[in-house]
Design a protein. Structure first.
Length: 252
């Protein structure tokens, strides 16, 4: 008996569709959702409801991300949903900035997959995002990568590659990447991107430096390349981010 027939046999015997909602309600720091072909929420877990400022999950049902989250975050999530529904291409390990009810922001990794009906038609999507937290600095493994991470933070304007950071850590490139994944839950490339975006966001919030200078200081050769990456990661252009978190700021 094949895996497919086993699944079909089991799910065909269920009294009601299995949505995994109850399972994901038990997981703190994890957002889970199912949406229809209009990108409206059909299933949400408790964490997602709390992120949207409500204890009643039912208030989100039938809404899109653009309606559930404040702009420009909600718009960005909705646009991502619609691209997936139109293309059928999943979103895999996308590093994203999220806004919490406290007004603080935090990073997460997001995965979204299309749901297909008969005739291979996309009828919705399912997604999960898990929060990223600072590594456990007391872990024995942390000391071996700490110097390399400090070096990366101090030289974001340069080209940084895993092999060079591994040498600083006294490890092979493979060993270094594996330790980074265990400690940060990110690949080395994703960690470097997060460091660049963290630095850029801080400068946009706390300084008056022109966007082009912020981008160059974070390793981007021109403003357009920086803007594309910043928008893909945060859902906002650098100018939008600055206006959102510094309401009195003006465009460069």
């Amino acid at each position: 008996m094949t895996g497919s027939s086993l699944v079909t046999g089991l799910f065909g015997r269920l009294a009601e569709p299995f949505t995994a909602e109850g399972v994901f309600d038990c997981l703190a720091g994890v957002v889970y959702f199912v949406k229809n072909e209009r990108a409206e929420y059909v299933v949400v877990n408790r964490t997602l409801a709390e992120r949207c400022g409500t204890q009643d999950k039912r208030t989100l049902l039938g809404k899109t991300a653009a309606q559930a989250f404040p702009p420009p975050f909600g718009r960005s999530f909705w646009e991502q949903d619609m691209r997936l529904i139109a293309s059928g291409q999943p979103v895999l390990n996308q590093l994203e900035l999220h806004l919490y009810p406290t007004g603080l922001t935090g990073w997460c990794l997001t995965n979204k997959f299309p749901l297909r009906g008969s005739g291979d038609v996309i009828v919705g999507l399912v997604g999960v995002s898990h929060d990223l937290h600072p590594p456990n600095e007391s872990a024995e493994e942390y000391n071996s990568v700490a110097a390399a991470v400090r070096h990366a933070r101090a030289h974001l304007d340069r080209r940084l590659v895993t092999e060079d950071l591994a040498v600083i850590a006294g490890l092979s490139a493979y060993q270094f990447d594996q330790r980074v994944r265990r400690l940060f839950r990110l690949s080395t490339g994703q960690l470097l991107l997060k460091l660049r975006m963290d630095s850029a966001a801080e400068q946009l919030r706390d300084t008056d430096s022109p966007v082009v200078e912020v981008g160059m200081g974070c390793g981007y050769a021109d403003q357009s390349a920086f803007t594309r990456q910043f928008r893909r990661t945060t859902g906002m252009t650098p100018g939008e981010y600055r206006r959102t978190f510094r309401p009195l700021a003006t465009d460069e």
